[in-house]
Design a binder for this molecule. Sequence first.
Ligand code: ATP
Ligand code: MG
Length: 338
Amino acid sequence: MGASEASHLNSFQDINKMPPEGNKSSTKKTDSLEKTLCEGNITYSSEEIYGLNDFLGNEETKNEMKEIYLQLSGGKVFKSMGVKPDRSFIFYGENGTGKTFGVNCIGGELANEGKRILIARYEIGQYGTAYINKGSVILQSFFDEHRSLLKNKENGINKILYIFDEAEVLMGKRGSNKNGHKEDDKLLNTLMLNLQQISNSDEEQYIFFMTNKIDLIDDASIRSGRVDRKVKFQNPDYPARYELFSSAIKKINDKAKYHVIRNFDLDELAKKSDNFNCVDCLEIPSRAVKNKVNEILIERTNKNIPKAYIHQRILIDEIEKQRLTYSRTKKAKIGFQL
Ligand SMILES: Nc1ncnc2c1ncn2[C@@H]1O[C@H](COP(=O)(O)OP(=O)(O)OP(=O)(O)O)[C@@H](O)[C@H]1O
Ligand SMILES: [Mg+2]
């Protein structure tokens, strides 16, 4: 494979991964990442530091993300005025709308200001059936270990953001879990105790629960007083889809350094993608380009890589394919007869 081919194909990598080496913003982001991350046995949810501007989507959700960021950044002001910032959050709603990504953006925004942020993800699936009867012990040590990192001033960690993805597994309605009620109750009690402790203390710890199955969650666990703020994530509306397509296309064209996608009409793309989630809108342009790459690779007869491009029709085809996939899976899920 020639060098030009390699670099050409590079531009088709997943838009959500790090930008290619040598890109100025990537160098800046990597530097700040090194300053921000701590050594040790800690899982980070993101390879790249994002900021609030990277979070796209509906205006209300973007505003929620900004407000949560203010809760996390303005701790001293809250204290000086005799109140506490929100410490616990539940992000719920449609999949692929940026619930997990939202926390990365909030954490990244703080990190880019020079704060040392630790994003600690509790891998619920990982502690599944193999750890029956040990769940609450493991959960407690998860909190204890991270808390001790925060107390140890030497490592300079300013804040810990705990992420509990698939929260319905831990906070399921009583009696709905397979593992036996006693252990489930112990696990939930441990979680609630730590939640209370985080809320009572002045330590900079924040908990983010995430779920796309809120109806499976025990209401008592997330009632106000326990979880401070609930944020509903919905599929992007027209302006959000417009922005998502625009951002995805721009990223591809910037990486390719020429207009791989041209003569596109964002208005039409946004109008035709009603009910799509954020991930769909971000992926459609890259899927369309990948198809073009495949075509080139199959048809290619000489070594020169043409500066191939795609246009509106191809993007619309990709939207239609996605809609077809949706209609098939949704019908299957809710038992419609074809
Ligand atoms: N609102 C958004 N703004 C920008 N990028 C987004 C947004 N939503 C999703 N993405 C992109 O899609 C990827 C997947 O989204 P994410 O995992 O955050 O969705 P989710 O709501 O947590 O989905 P699930 O419910 O399936 O866990 C993100 O890493 C990000 O690159
Ligand atoms: Mg998620």
